[in-house]
Design a protein around this ligand. Sequence first.
Ligand SMILES: N[C@@H](CCC(=O)N[C@@H](CSCc1ccc([N+](=O)[O-])cc1)C(=O)NCC(=O)O)C(=O)O
Length: 213
Amino acid sequence: MTPILTAFKHSPDRGQGLARDMRVRWALEELGLAYDVHLLTFEEMKQPAHLARHPFGQIPTYEDGNVVLFESGAILLHLAEQHPGLLPADTGARMRAITWMFAALNTVEPPIVERSMAWVLEREQPWYAQRLVMLDERVRRRLSQLSARLGDAPWLDGDFSAGDLLMVSVLLRLQSSGIVGEYPDLAAYVDRATARPAYQRAFAAQLAVFQNL
Ligand SMILES: N[C@@H](CCC(=O)N[C@@H](CSCc1ccc([N+](=O)[O-])cc1)C(=O)NCC(=O)O)C(=O)O
């Protein structure tokens, strides 16, 4: 039975890779796994059928036989545990890669999402410009710390892992801000990851959804 990934039928970015099904598509492509996509409208995401998959009525979800998962990080961990290629076999290295998955989602992503949502929801407010200064400072603090750790290494800890996949997915949310470009080693890191054939295939597959509709 082919696994099923849920994704947006209509996405604000029209398939530019920001919706979080992208990171699951990328992982599936890195692992060479086939998958089907079930596209949902915003309305369908809030219906009982989908709420049974995802208590918060969001995408992505991942169904494979009797496994029905939500949370992109959990889906990636499941895939990486089930198939070799995104987590090292060595116990210590494996836990360090999983640590970077958590760091991407719990430490680096929050200020980036807060900055992104402020633009969507607050940019008309009189105090937005002042708030943006603080939001940018929080993002730059995390990126400078990440940059200091990465240095000129190709990946965060040894070979490319699910930790890098999630970290780059998080950094891509900053694409339109230009902030990643202020850290040349992070910009090179993102370019290195998005040059991977698996990323290119995943991006093309998500974009195709919005070219055919
Ligand atoms: N923590 C969850 C978060 C899932 C999530 O945020 N899903 C979003 C889509 S990805 C977030 C997203 C959507 C669109 C863009 N974009 O730029 O177009 C960027 C990011 C969603 O379903 N939103 C609808 C809702 O909450 O009702 C995970 O990692 O899976």
